[in-house]
Design a protein around this ligand. Structure first.
Ligand code: SF4
Length: 366
């Protein structure tokens, strides 16, 4: 079977060159590159052969698959399901039962050592893996076989990356992350979050197609382009944090004016991801933009360490900010706040907010 280039596939689907270039520019933005890198990405990617992707779902809610199917245009579904070859995906493929198993066997056999495995969901290890069986094999067996023969493995979502909700106390199934279930797996990349942002997954694959290597990773094997900064670093409410302007109750005036959600339990200071920049639903909005605090879903053990979600947890790593917010009890009238905010930044920010008082979203990312 002839393997088509990505550009050829997109043309075949009726995706215009203009849309393709817009897509490449958006990928440059996700990767933290200037828009001028878009044409270079396009040139590198369009003649590439399609990578072979094998997507397995284990102990999960299919939230990452749902996220994948609802990204921008060309949709990630256009790109990955059609243009890039997604050879096996239990939720999306038409085949079922033994036909599906044959498809998986054939995809692995035909592309041994070359395919990319994407794993969604944690992998139960108790009871010999009996909590998740597919085609008579445990998820543990399948993961070891498929990831063991892959050129790279992408753990999609927090369950695959760190065990996620299934691994939260008391972890009744012995749920494991891919890293723990398949020790020593080659080129493992964790794309945590609940769900993982489809733009980031696509950008990761585009990065690989463009540069023929995987991006630099952080200590949790997550790409720095997506996880190199905390939510707090880029949050559009950060100026309100620095100025001591906090929401104290749902629906209060501060909430209506887009002030900081730290006192409502926001875990943005302890969570690394590019949500404030990439956002969701074609960049429409994101949780904090909608007035909901970050729950820290991209971090290891978030269900155990970041709950209760609507309470401040000053002892969570990264929350040293609380050491001065809590005792001071900062409010809009807080003269003390100005003194506590490092090096007088509060005054500057207050002035900037004042000059933007008519802006409802307070969108002045630092
Ligand atoms: S809403 Fe959360 S992430 Fe944003 S500035 Fe406040 S504490 Fe930081």
């Amino acid at each position: 079977m002839r393997v088509h280039g990505l550009r050829e596939e997109l043309e075949h689907q009726g995706i215009s060159r203009r849309d393709f270039l817009a897509f490449c520019a958006s990928m440059a933005a996700v990767l933290g590159l200037p828009a001028s890198a878009g044409p270079a990405i396009a040139a590198a990617v369009e003649n590439e052969q399609k990578p072979i992707l094998i997507w397995l779902e284990f102990q999960d809610c299919a939230g990452n698959t749902e996220s994948l199917l609802r990204a921008g245009h060309p949709t990630v579904a256009d790109l990955i399901l059609d243009s890039i070859s997604l050879s096996y995906h239990e939720t999306l493929m038409a085949a079922a039962g033994s036909q599906a198993e044959q498809a998986l066997t054939q995809a692995v056999r035909d592309n041994a050592g070359k395919y990319i495995a994407l794993i969604e969901g944690s992998i139960p290890s108790d009871a010999d893996g009996a909590y998740c069986m597919i085609g008579g094999k445990s998820a543990l067996q399948i993961a070891r076989e498929i990831c063991g023969g892959a050129a790279a493995t992408i753990a999609v979502g927090t369950c695959a990356s760190f065990g996620g909700i299934p691994a939260a106390r008391p972890n009744p199934t012995g749920a494991l992350s891919v890293a723990d279930a398949v020790p020593g797996v080659k080129n493992l990349i964790n794309m945590s979050a609940c769900p993982a942002n489809a733009e980031n997954i696509t950008a990761l694959i585009v990065y690989y197609l463009t540069l023929k290597r995987w991006p630099p990773l952080d200590q949790y094997r997550r790409p720095l382009f997506a996880y190199g900064k905390s939510i707090h670093d880029n949050c559009e409410r950060r100026a309100h944090f620095d100025a001591g302007q906090y929401v104290d109750a749902w629906g209060d005036e501060a909430h209506r004016h887009g002030h900081c959600l730290y006192k409502m339990g926001c875990k943005g200071p302890a969570t690394s991801q590019n949500c404030p920049v990439v956002r969701w639903n074609e960049g429409t909005n994101w949780p904090i933009g909608c007035g909901h605090p970050c729950i820290g879903c991209a971090e290891p053990n978030f269900w155990d360490t970041m709950t209760p979600f609507y309470q401040r947890l000053p002892n969570v790593a990264g929350f040293d900010v609380g050491s001065w917010v809590d005792p001071v009890g900062l409010g809009l009238t807080g003269l003390v706040a100005a003194a506590a905010v490092a090096h007088g930044v509060g005054e500057i920010v207050r002035h900037r907010i004042g000059s933007k008082a008519s802006s409802e979203d307070g969108s002045e990312a630092e």
